[in-house]
Design a protein around this ligand. Structure first.
Ligand SMILES: [Zn+2]
Length: 104
């Protein structure tokens, strides 16, 4: 019986190797909230294959930030809810950032 993988692994699209490394990450903030009023932050990564040296961009995880805390959507669709009322400040910071962008 094949063992089920818990998470989707990053696989090199060129040579199929799983010997890959995330060399850089950055975040993309969605300019519009979803239907629950949450802001989606996508964590992107630059992934490098140690086998053939190919580099590509992949989604590492997604954060959904709303009134009820932060929902983390990792690879393989695993979801974790962090925080709760303990992190309202972080939400405010992100909302302010978006308002700044709209003024330009
Ligand atoms: Zn490769």
């Amino acid at each position: 019986m094949p063992r089920r993988r818990r998470e989707k692994e990053l696989v090199c699209p060129k040579c199929g190797s799983r010997d890959v490394e995330v060399v850089r990450t950055w975040q993309l903030v969605s300019p519009f909230p979803d239907k629950y009023g949450r802001i989606t932050v996508t964590v992107m990564g630059m992934v490098e294959c140690r086998s053939c040296g190919y580099r590509w961009r992949a989604t590492i995880s997604k954060l959904k930030i709303g009134e009820k805390g932060v929902e983390v959507e990792g690879r393989g669709g695993k979801k974790k809810v962090l925080g709760g009322e303990e992190k309202p400040r972080r939400v405010k910071e992100i909302v302010l950032d978006l308002e700044d962008l709209e003024e330009e």
